[in-house]
Design a protein around this ligand. Structure first.
Ligand code: MUC
Ligand code: MG
Length: 374
């Protein structure tokens, strides 16, 4: 009988890294990012790394860094130790049968298993998923300093050095009139060649959205992200039908079940796919397939993960045949430091998907030990 490698240990580390400036969303202002880094060892000596990350403690998603760590240490690790490391479908089936929800924790575990399996076979995670169709993924930058002049200055600098040509503005924490004036001022300052999208992060009612998206549409804004509460699927469908500016579902489209329902009613003409919301790379791919089949465009979203999570997302996004709206995988650039030996290469408004085995990155364990929460 063949000797299949088994999972021998699962370790988790909470890592706090400061952001380069305050990052203001409708529900929280981030001064740092907190990641849960996962290390899985197997009996053949192969080590896989994963990351589970959310935004703003518990203000954005239903899991916190501390709950993710507890879920993995207390519930997931005992379920998977001793299981076949190379059979990722079987390991994830066991987890899904015994652990409800907790998609962020599951995404990090699945990432670590894929990283290890890629290393074992000498292929990249994208190759494990069938291969990349885009080895360079467009990456936008989010302007979220909370100050119009600072945002314009930041965007002008980034366009001058050709790091980004698309900017997403986080609004929804002020009166809509003030927020929309901020967006229009930035659009005017940057000119028509620069794409501007807005993310309201659920802050508006449907009627407020009707009023103010009209204004945004008239001023040439390119894309409107999650204007209303995530549970109002029908409202998203009504807005998608009413406006010609594309409406993107983000928080609304988390799981494959959400995607199926939204595809049926066209709740959004674009989906923001994120591996944390969907519970891993395979589910992200399933959502992308449903969107494709429903003529819903795709956008590679982020939970502002560090390098491990961003690279994992890049691998699966690189396999999407249509990624019309590019990605926002800029998380590592929002942080003042990193825990990998070689940072992701960002060049000419795109990121290069690493080619090495697994995720194609090397963890700097000294830095991990330095930054991990003691
Ligand atoms: C979100 O809702 O899209 C992505 C970029 C950013 O600045 O915040 C996130 C979350
Ligand atoms: Mg969003």
């Amino acid at each position: 009988m063949l000797n299949y490698p088994t999972i021998t240990a699962v370790e988790t580390f909470i890592v706090d890294l400061p952001t380069i400036r305050p990052h203001k969303l409708s529900m929280a202002t981030m001064m740092h990012q907190t990641m849960v880094v996962i290390k899985i060892r197997s009996s053949d000596g192969v080590v896989g790394w994963g990351e589970s990350t959310t935004i703003g403690g518990m203000s954005y998603g239903p899991e916190s860094p501390e709950s993710i760590q507890l879920t993995i240490d207390r519930y997931i690790a005992p379920l998977i130790i001793g299981k076949e490391a190379a059979n990722i479908n079987s390991v994830m089936k066991t987890i899904n049968k015994n652990v409800q929800g907790n998609t962020f924790a599951k995404a990090g575990i699945e990432t670590a298993l894929l990283d290890a399996q890629g290393k074992r076979l000498g292929v990249s995670v994208a190759e494990l998923l069938g291969g990349s169709v885009n080895e360079k993924l467009p990456v936008l930058w989010t302007l979220a300093s909370g100050d119009t002049d600072k945002d314009i200055e930041e965007a002008q600098h980034l366009t001058t050095i050709n790091r980004h040509n698309t900017f997403k503005l986080k609004i929804g924490s002020n009166e809509p009139k003030k927020d929309v004036a901020h967006v229009v001022a930035i659009k005017k300052a940057l000119g028509s060649d620069i794409r501007i999208t807005v993310d309201i992060n659920q802050a508006w009612s449907e009627s407020t959205a009707r009023t103010w998206i009209t204004e945004l549409q008239e001023n040439g804004i390119d894309l409107i992200e999650q204007p209303i509460v995530k549970t109002n699927f029908d409202g998203l469908a009504r807005l998608t039908d009413f406006f010609h500016v594309p409406i993107m579902a983000d928080e609304a489209v988390a799981t494959t079940g959400d995607a199926m329902k939204l595809c049926k009613i066209r709740g959004g003409s674009v989906f923001a796919v994120k591996i944390m919301k969907s519970g891993g790379l395979y589910n992200a791919g399933n959502i992308a397939a449903m969107a494709d089949a429903s003529d819903v465009s795709l956008y590679g979203g982020t939970m502002l993960e560090g390098t491990i999570g961003s690279v994992a997302a890049a691998h699966v996004f690189s396999t999407f045949p249509n990624l019309e709206w590019g990605t926002e995988l800029f998380g590592p650039m929002l942080l003042t430091d990193d825990i990998v030996v070689n940072p992701i290469i960002y060049k000419d408004c795109a990121l290069e998907v690493p080619k090495g085995p697994g995720l194609g990155i090397e963890i700097d364990e000294d830095k991990l030990n330095h930054f991990k929460r003691k």
